[in-house]
Design a protein around this ligand. Sequence first.
Ligand code: WTA
Length: 664
Amino acid sequence: MAAQQEPQQETYPPPPDLARDAVAQPELYERADADRLAFWHDQAKELLSWETEPTEVLDWSRAPFARWFADGRLNVAHNCVDRHVEAGHGDRVAIHWEGEPGDRRSITYAELGREVRRAANALEALGVRRGDRVALYLPMIPEAVVAMLACARIGAPHSVVFGGFSADALRSRVDDAEAVVVVTADGGYRRGAPAGLKANVDEALGDPARGGGSVRTVLVVRRTGQDVGWDDDRDVWWHDAVDGASEEHEAPALEAEHPLFILYTSGTTGKPKGILHTSGGYLTQAAYTHRNVFDVRPESDVYWCAADIGWVTGHSYIVYGPLANGVTQVMYEGTPDTPTRERWWEVVERYGVTLLYTAPTTVRTFMKWGAELLEGHDLSSLRLIGSVGEPINPEAWTWYRTHVGSGRTPVVDTWWQTETGAIMISPLPGVTTTKPGSAQRTLPGISAAVLDDAGEPVTDGQAGYLVLTEPWPSMLRGIWGDDDRYVETYWSRFPGRYFAGDGARLDEDGDVWLLGRVDDVMNVSGHRLSTAEIESALVSHHRVAEAAVVGASDDTTGQAVCAFVILRAREDAEDAEDAEDEGVGGEDGEALVAELRDHVAKEIGPIAKPRQVLVVAELPKTRSGKIMRRLLRDVAEGRETGDVTTLADSSVMGTIRAGMGGPA
Ligand code: WTA
């Protein structure tokens, strides 16, 4: 990582009226600095309703395994729905949902409560007990929210698997969590067509010899009406199980540390990690960050987080944070270009969206499509816009503020991770003078540092490793079934401090600039992908002997997957047909590259499909056999190759370049 000198940037102080009225005022930092644990204790009590209020705050005696508010008891679903109805807000719309084909539903808090209680009864009737895991594999439909809350209500941790993942990816996640029920849909709409989900579930669970054996029931929402295969012993329609269920359901008071969900994310090895989150601390920080970072006014705001429920952003900022705060939100099923590239701006206008939260990759896509598409739309309702998922470059930040924020709204660039559960570093919109491209400061109650290799704080604006120096309420409680990996991955690089895996730099004001991942994790369109996982998918193809994957920078997606593969020698090829192939050049080479790209999509999901697959004769390796991805990244990004002195064979890079017709 080289420390970059950022150009002299314009900065943006908070609008004066917001500085005066904002939910979060400068004293929030003062309160947190004065007594961090008392501060979190107050947040927990002020923002949530507890069956038994906690008297304990943090138990760090078994560090790094934290317990927060451990003697408190609460029900997360009650906090997200019922209590708002009890407070007289039952008629407030919780979700304005819009399907991609244009169908719409507005669901009040009272209606959402009834649906959640029915679904909770239905899950219990199917034998789901407290502590059982339920996998959800769903499109962006209201039932996804209902199912998550129903699980939370009965204390059955959910494991949401992104609907774009393949059958294999679903199976491995179902197996790791030993889920007893899978909730899915026949399909969902994407880019104007119904995409199947149930078929993938059938493939994932169809052959018990391969896995999926823990699943007793598949609950299927009818969304698209497409034909689906059916197993009478296993499959149940959602409407048959839920619609007739009682809408009376007593929410049990669960321990603050009761597991709320598992969410799988990519790490540096091929095996995804099941990140475990629990109830009281998670909900406290999700509600606290949502309220203060987005300056939420539940009576008047219309909030829209355009993430998918399959990622942590959908968990914390579509489901738990916004609903705990009782806000009205928009939920949209499909892609931004269906039926036209103006879809988003129509949605903003239709519902009068005031707060918008999306990813830099989407902003860059809109930039590419052109600002004209926004011009015919009234976006004056927007008063604050947020960014998450990857570093936002200053150009995209400025474009976002100018064209989406009409040149006046604050932009909040929020840094966090699946593991942190909630936002950690972000401006506060009524307090912070924003700088395009910087996530700026740790939120009140959060402590971070940037360290060098030796674990010393960096100075003079040099790049280093971002660490979190104190435990926080919504921190992961571990990796499902693998305590050692939790300690090893996050707490061993700098003992006593949480290693985030991101590079960062502090500027002269102490503001944080994120520089991207420092490990073998790529960030493609804000989605985390592991190089090792894609490499093992490639190697599982019978033509591939060895593969190396790197994330090369990409103008739209941030990073793009670039794969370098060495093919097996002819005589090794298992498939008889291949024996007839001659070499890999020309049409045959193109066909093979297409096949390899599809193979990765099939193994992991379309998001992991490499942008490029380059067939090479050798890979650059160190004397100890480690692939030097840095050099491959130079090739993929069209740069001159950096220092090659640690290569076992220094001529390899020349061979690779020569094979590609590029400069050696
Ligand atoms: C990256 C998504 C820069 C970072 C919430 C992190 C960011 C990873 C930002 C987590 C940001 C997320 N600026 N980088 N504002 N937000 N990242 O687990 O590399 O899907 O480690 O959580 O995304 O991705 P995850």
